[in-house]
Design a binder for this molecule. Sequence first.
Ligand code: G4P
Length: 528
Amino acid sequence: MQKKELSRRRTFGIISHPDAGKTTLTEKLLLFGGAIHTAGAVKSNKIRKTATSDFMEIEKQRGISVATSVMGFEYDGYKITILDTPGHKDFAEDTYRTLTAVDSVILVVDAAKGVEEQTRKLMDVCRMRSTPVMVFINKLDREGREPIALLDELESELGIHTRPLTWPIGMGRDFKGVYNLYHRRLELFSPSKTEIADDSVLIEDIASPVLDAQVGDAAASKLREELELIEAMYEPFDVEHYRDAYLAPVFFGSALNNFGVKDLLQTFVSIAPSPQPRETSARVVQADEETFTGFIFKIHANLDPNHRARIAFCRVCSGSFERGKFYRHTRLGKEVRFTSPTAFMANERSVVDEAWPGDVIGLHDTGNFKIGDTLTEGEDLAFKGIPSFSPERFKLVVNRDPFKSKQLEKGIQQLTDEGVAQLFVRQQGNEKIVGTVGELQYEVILFRLREEYGATADFRPLNIYKAFWFTGEDEEELKRFMQLQQRNIAYDKDEHPVYLPEGSWSYDVVRENYKSISFHSTSEFKME
Ligand code: G4P
């Protein structure tokens, strides 16, 4: 039973620079899976530019993002789970953490824009974790860059080898379709935003006049030339190279027109990895082990202000999760049980009795969970690979209402447990420093403190360059460093000391003076 459930599961994330077409592609995948029936059913979880000054908009979009952040559906006997990631760069940490819960990734690239800023950053994370990547080059119905140039750019900018599995014939107004190199099939383009057209023509021999008849003489000879070039340039496709995250298969299409999506989906289910082994503090956990393990990669506040409860998103890593059974919360060393775990199927949520590796379940949380927490059947271990990264901005929390300091304390603690931002506490004066990737998070925090906790606060900008976790063999030197730099040291959520230098120059001086100490820009050092 477990083996069968395992081998049919595909849990992946769709990533892209905003506007490349992530939402549109997600929707089309759900449409193919029969999980939704009309286009437009999936709302973008983009935080649009206007959101900075419109808090209700942020809240609304947060609501949308919780509904669509996990979408499960069945396709061709496979159980597919898509984990959506916020495109806005201020929420990059959220995206990085979500990527710890997937087994592979589909990267969407705009054919006209190629590799963009967020594409680069997200791919850095995938490379760091050796996550297998498939690429969908989107918007071929518009004029874009030459396909060969796009592949070159992917290789040089993202540091990954590519292998086209489909090849476009023309683009923009002259877009005729794609040739599937794997199945030797021509897919003819007919723009349609709502229907799933099936216009494929089998072409055993590329020299066949059928090709000319279908796409015209000029396009046919250009395709023949390009295919010859591709065959000469690329090794035959090797699935293992993809699974080892060495090579990314590339597909071309137009998500908006449902085009090229089926090729992508069919190849995806047949070659994408099923749930993978995961490292923990004690040992590597295999997905096919009998006993249940899982970890929390995301926590979301309930939108209903009358209910303080939150939803913790748990990725099942091994065994099976059963409703109502007691599990061990390893950080707290306590037994917990969940009477109404939820599964996320397309846009619906329903209570589940059982879940398998690769599945994501929503657990009702009254404040017991932090991001990265592990659940087991009793074994003491903690899943690794859910690091905190150094924030880019740092601000001091200033209480504006002395009568509400308890509420503020609780609010800051819970919001940072949720992963909205990182909290660092300076021992001197118990000062609380909140670190974020972008300005938008501070606005979200102030708004939520007011709305959900009744606390009024401000943030005072601090002159901090970055956060560095540190380690050292020489106890004496470590002690001296911590004493002399006391003012620049604070403690993170796990009560590990973190060095917060004022500028890159002071960081340089410190490194020069304390040669035995190593500084790390993520909380999990081995990942650097
Ligand atoms: P994102 O989630 O990656 O941010 O992108 P999203 O899917 O929201 O798509 C961004 C814009 O690109 C949308 O247009 C969408 O309709 C368009 N788009 C997606 N796929 C294609 C494609 O294959 N061809 C073309 N021509 N356009 C595509 P918008 O005008 O910003 O939004 P909307 O008003 O259409 O929703």
